[in-house]
Design a protein around this ligand. Structure first.
Ligand SMILES: NC(=O)C1=CN([C@@H]2O[C@H](COP(=O)(O)OP(=O)(O)OC[C@H]3O[C@@H](n4cnc5c(N)ncnc54)[C@H](O)[C@@H]3O)[C@@H](O)[C@H]2O)C=CC1
Ligand SMILES: O=C(O)C(=O)COP(=O)(O)O
Length: 390
C-alpha cells in the first residue's frame, strides 16, 4: 500500500485517481510516502522519514522548503499551467473592476434599499451615474512581468481585448517563448516596462530575486494613474510602498489577490482572498495532474514536472525489478553503483541517468530482485542520497 497524506481542499477528481486497493489517501495518514497539497506551508510541517515525494497541486512552490527536501532526496512536483486559465480570467476581472465604476456603482445601488418607487429610482440613477463612469482597456498598454504559463495567457487575452502588450522576463524558457504571441513587445528591463504601462500585471514566482520587486523605486517610474495587479504573491510587492504611491496619487489602483492588513479598506485597493486558482476546473486540473505525477513516481520512479529533480521516464521491461536512486551530481557515482551491482552479480537490463543542477536521478532495471544487502551496499556509495526498489 502506498500512503498519501493530503493537505488543503484537494479536488475529488484528483483523489479518485488513486486506486483504493493500492493507496491509502487522507489528511491523517501516518508514515506517508507522499504529500499532496495546495498552499499548506510545509516549512511548518515535520518531514516524516518515510516521505519520498511532495506534489503541489498548483504553480507556486514557495510554501515548500525545496532545498531541504532535495537534500533528503524528496522529489517535489508542481502542476505547471494547470491553473493558469483561472488566474488569467481573474486578472481580466481585476482590470475591468479597476477601470469601470462597477464596485462603487454596485455599492451605491445597494444603498438604496429604502426606496420603493421604481420611476423615482430610475430618475435618481440616471442623475447619479456620472459619478461611476470609467474608462476602457482597449488601446491601453499592459505590462506583464513574468511571461510563463499565466503571463502568456494574460497576454493573449489582453491582445484579444485590443490592448498593446509589453513583457519582461529575463529567464524565459524556450517552451514559454514558443507559447508567447509575437505581438508582445519584449522589454529589456523592468524599468522600460514600468514607464510604458497603463496596467502592470505580475506573474513571477516568489523567490529572493523577486522579493519587493515592486518597491518605492519601481513605483516612482510608473505612469500617474497606472493600475498594478498582483495575482502572484504578497512578497513580490512592498505594500507599504504601494500605499505611499496610492496616497500621493501616483499609482491609480492596486488589485491584489494577496491582501495585507495595511491595505484593507483603502479606496484604491481591490483585494480578493487568494482565489486566483479557486475554480472547479483549475482545482480538478491541478489535482489530477499532481495525482498522476505522484503515482508514476511512486510506482515506476518516473519523474515529470518536478521543481528539483530532472525529468526521467523509462518504460518498464517485463520480468525485471527496478532500482532507483538519487545522488549528488558529482562524477563517478553511477559507476560506483554499477560496480556494486557487478560485484553482487546483479545483471542490469536497462538504465537511465539524468541530472539537474546539483542533483541526479537514476533508474536501473535488473534481472533479479536485489536483496537488502545490495540495497545497503548502494546506499553506502558516497554521494548516493536515496535508494528505492520498486
Ligand atoms: N493567485 C493565485 O491563486 C495563483 C498565483 N500563482 C502565482 O503565479 C506565479 C506564476 O505562475 P505561472 O505563470 O504558472 O508560473 P511559470 O513558472 O509558468 O512562469 C513564471 C515566469 O516568471 C519568470 N520570472 C522569474 N523571475 C523573473 C523576474 N525576476 N522577472 C520577470 N520574470 C521572471 C520565469 O522565467 C517564468 O517565465 C506562481 O509562481 C505563483 O506564485 C499561480 C497560480 C495561482
Ligand atoms: O498555484 C498557485 O501558485 C496558487 O497560488 C494557487 O494556490 P491554491 O492552490 O489555490 O491554494
Amino acid at each position: 500500500m502506498y500512503k498519501v497524506r493530503t493537505y488543503n481542499q484537494i479536488s475529488v477528481k484528483g483523489l479518485d485517481r488513486f486506486p483504493r486497493q493500492a493507496y491509502e489517501v487522507g489528511s491523517d495518514i501516518g508514515q506517508p510516502d507522499a504529500f499532496l497539497l495546495r498552499s499548506q506551508k510545509l516549512q511548518d510541517v515535520e518531514v516524516p522519514k518515510s516521505l519520498l515525494a511532495a506534489a503541489r497541486a498548483g504553480a507556486g512552490v514557495n510554501n515548500v522548503p525545496v532545498a531541504q527536501y532535495s537534500k533528503q532526496g524528496i522529489v517535489v512536483f508542481n502542476t505547471p499551467g494547470a491553473n493558469a486559465n483561472a488566474v488569467k480570467e481573474l486578472v481580466m476581472a481585476g482590470m475591468l473592476l479597476a477601470t469601470r465604476g462597477i464596485l462603487p456603482g454596485m455599492a451605491y445601488v445597494n444603498s438604496l434599499t429604502a426606496m420603493s418607487d421604481a420611476a423615482e429610482m430610475a430618475a435618481l440613477l440616471e442623475k447619479e451615474k456620472t459619478r461611476f463612469a470609467g474608462g476602457e482597456i482597449k488601446g491601453k498598454t499592459l505590462g506583464i512581468v513574468g511571461l510563463g504559463a499565466i503571463g502568456s495567457m494574460v497576454a493573449d487575452m489582453a491582445l484579444a481585448m485590443g490592448m498593446k502588450v509589453v513583457g519582461f522576463d529575463p529567464a524565459l524558457s524556450i517552451d514559454a517563448a514558443w507559447r508567447l504571441s509575437s505581438e508582445v513587445s519584449r522589454m529589456e528591463n523592468l524599468q522600460s516596462l514600468l514607464t510604458r504601462a497603463d496596467y502592470i500585471s505580475l506573474h513571477v514566482p516568489a523567490m529572493d530575486a523577486t522579493h519587493h520587486l515592486i518597491n518605492d523605486d519601481a513605483l516612482g517610474l510608473v505612469k500617474t494613474g497606472a493600475v498594478l495587479l498582483n495575482f502572484a504573491r504578497e512578497t513580490i510587492v512592498d505594500s507599504a510602498a504601494v500605499k505611499r504611491s496610492l496616497d500621493k496619487g501616483k499609482l491609480g489602483k492596486y488589485v491584489c489577490d494577496f491582501p495585507e492588513p495595511a491595505l484593507l479598506g483603502h479606496a484604491k485597493v481591490i483585494a480578493t482572498p487568494h482565489i486566483g486558482a479557486s475554480t472547479e476546473e483549475s482545482e480538478e486540473n491541478c489535482a489530477v495532474m499532481a495525482a498522476n505525477q505522484l503515482m508514476d513516481y511512486l510506482e515506476n520512479g518516473n519523474i515529470v514536472n518536478s521543481v528539483n529533480f530532472p525529468n526521467v521516464n523509462m518504460g518498464r521491461t517485463a520480468g525485471t525489478t527496478r532500482i532507483t536512486f538519487s545522488n549528488d551530481n558529482v562524477s563517478g557515482v553511477l559507476g560506483d553503483v554499477l560496480s556494486v551491482l557487478a560485484e553482487k552479480k546483479v545483471n542490469v537490463i536497462d538504465m537511465m541517468n539524468k541530472s539537474r543542477g546539483e542533483l541526479a536521478f537514476n533508474i536501473i532495471d535488473v534481472e533479479t530482485s536485489p536483496g537488502d544487502h545490495v540495497v545497503a551496499a548502494i546506499e553506502a556509495v558516497a554521494h548516493v542520497i536515496r535508494v528505492r526498489v520498486i
